[in-house]
Design a protein around this ligand. Structure first.
Ligand code: ZN
Length: 279
């Protein structure tokens, strides 16, 4: 068999992927034309075809809610030049890393793990698993994704695929235009919004093979958390987290692929990004 030998030669490519875009077959031909990928074992090739596309990203502007408004300043756009006056249009931005739809890089919570510029691109194209807890969250803002929720998904759709991004849909995005409603603090200032239960995070890290998790709220951990155990469990395993995702109700619970457009900013703990789902 020549396949294992090929693997040895290409030892830095553990799993080959063949990206076939339905709308641009030329791109696919260009990839196969390189000759490297055409000999990939069929079982390990991954084909992505799609007819639907959704943007899982919120618009970022100065009103976007922040987890800790004292620490994280608002996004600011300052105009530098205009077409009318200067012939071209450009602005300066000032922003914290954790604003808008953004990624938490593993080193956001755990020393020695990847920072934003170090995240392997292989993890940035992933099958999306959407866990719906919006009905529970409507009645209880402290609702969390549990191991039972993950197992219920698997009972219906099969085992969480290798390399998956597991995403919580709590319906919280309907509040995103109102910082107070989105943070939802009680009289003591403790926030109440949904997130992943630490046991669910541990299950995904220890029992499944994921690239990251995502939420449609301000934090991977639910609002009242003070130990950030879900963050530490997921990021500590060099998996990324996505926060403030949008439109998760518009994509199928199983079968979509997400493209996670993380920025390549040196030594960043995270940063805004564009997330696109296709299916
Ligand atoms: Zn963050």
């Amino acid at each position: 068999m020549c396949v294992p030998q090929t693997f040895e030669v290409l030892g830095r490519i553990p799993r080959r992927e063949f990206l076939k875009l339905a709308t641009t077959s030329a791109a696919a031909m260009a990839i196969s034309g390189a000759g490297l990928l055409t000999s990939a074992t069929p079982a390990q090739a991954r084909t992505i075809t799609y007819t639907n596309i959704a943007d899982l990203t919120h618009v970022l502007n100065s009103a976007f809610p922040r987890y800790n408004p004292d620490l994280f300043k608002a996004f600011e756009r300052t105009n530098l030049v205009t077409i009318q006056k200067n012939g071209f249009y450009a602005n300066n931005w000032s922003l914290p890393e954790h604003i808008g739809t953004h990624m938490d890089a593993p080193q956001h919570f755990v020393l020695g793990r990847w920072m934003l510029h170090q995240i392997p691109i292989r993890s940035l194209i992933a099958p999306a698993v959407v866990i719906h807890i919006h009905e529970r969250a409507a009645a209880n803002p402290d609702a969390q994704v549990t191991v039972d929720d993950l197992k219920a998904w698997e009972n219906r759709y099969g085992r969480i695929p290798e390399g998956a991004a597991v995403l919580m849909h709590s319906g919280w995005e309907s509040r995103v235009g109102d910082q107070n409603a989105y943070r939802n603090p009680d009289s003591k200032g403790v926030m109440h919004f949904p997130g992943f239960h630490p046991e669910a995070a541990e299950f995904l890290i220890k029992e499944r093979d994921i690239v990251g998790i995502g939420v449609d709220t301000l934090s991977l951990d639910y609002g009242p958390s003070s130990d950030f155990k879900t963050h530490i469990t997921v990021l500590g395993a060099n998996k990324w987290g996505l926060e403030n995702l949008a439109n998760l109700a518009k994509i199928p619970p199983n079968g979509a692929t997400i493209f996670v457009g993380a920025l390549k900013v040196q030594n960043a703990s995270g940063g805004p990004l564009r997330v696109i789902a296709v299916w």
